[in-house]
Structures are given as C-alpha cells and as structure tokens.
Write a protein that binds this ligand. Structure first.
Ligand SMILES: [Zn+2]
Length: 139
C-alpha cells in the first residue's frame, strides 16, 4: 500500500504573502519613492538655509584665512563633504564660502590636506566654532 505524502501548502507570493497587519494598515504606508522625495526636499531646504547663512557671514569675501579675495562669485564648500552621517552633520559651522581659486585648490587638496585642515581650524577659531577635522570626527 502506497502512503501519500502529506500535502504542504505552497508558499504564496504577491500581496497575500504580506503580514496581515501590514495589509490592514490604515492609512496605507507612504510609498518608498515618496519618502525618498520628501527626504531629498528636506535636505535641499536645509542646504539652502546653510548657503544663505554662510554667504551672509562671508559678506562677499573668501573665508580662507590667507585669502582676501573679494568677489560675489563665492562657492559653498562643505568641509565635511560626503554622504550618510557626514551629510546629516552639515551645518553653518562646517561649511565655508570660498572664492573660485581657493575652491579649486581645496578640491584638489593643493598644496595638501594638512594645510586645508589648519586653514579651516583658523576659520573655526575666528568664528568661535568647535574645531572639527576629518580625523577628530573619525567618520
Ligand atoms: Zn580665496
């Protein structure tokens, strides 16, 4: 006599495989794309405020300590540039306005990173900000 295998229900895919609590959630959870767009918009608003505050502080002068270049063509340099936790920490204290010449040098780390770290340290002390270098934050 042949024994029959016990019937195991097949795993379902699709909406019925979701936990019941998630299916019954009301209001429906926000779609991921919408959440991402909201986060992006929030980030851009914050960055706009930082840019306005930094440009106001700079008053048309490059903020690199040894540069006295007066220009309206200043760019916002994120000293702690990056993404993730670094981006979350972006603030008026760790951004500065640089003229085109300084911005290019800083981007290329010319003459070296140590020089730019010490220039930024001088800038922070000048404004009474806590001195934050890449190493000290250990990010
Ligand atoms: Zn400059």
């Amino acid at each position: 006599m042949k024994r029959e295998e016990p019937r195991v229900p097949k795993k379902r895919s699709g909406p019925s495989s979701q936990p019941m609590a998630k299916l019954l959630a009301f209001p429906k959870p926000t779609p991921r794309a919408e959440e991402k767009e909201d986060a992006r918009r929030e980030r851009m608003d914050k960055l706009r405020e930082i840019r306005i505050a930094v440009m106001k502080r700079a008053q048309g002068q490059c903020e690199a300590p040894d540069c006295h270049n007066r220009t309206l063509d200043l760019s916002l340099d994120h000293f702690m540039g990056g993404s993730g936790r670094r981006r979350q920490m972006e603030s008026v204290e760790n951004c500065w306005a640089l003229c085109a010449k300084c911005d290019a040098a800083r981007t290329a780390n010319y003459p070296n990173a140590a020089t730019w770290n010490s220039l930024f340290r001088v800038h922070c002390k000048r404004h009474g900000y806590p001195v934050l270098s890449h190493k000290e934050l250990d990010l």
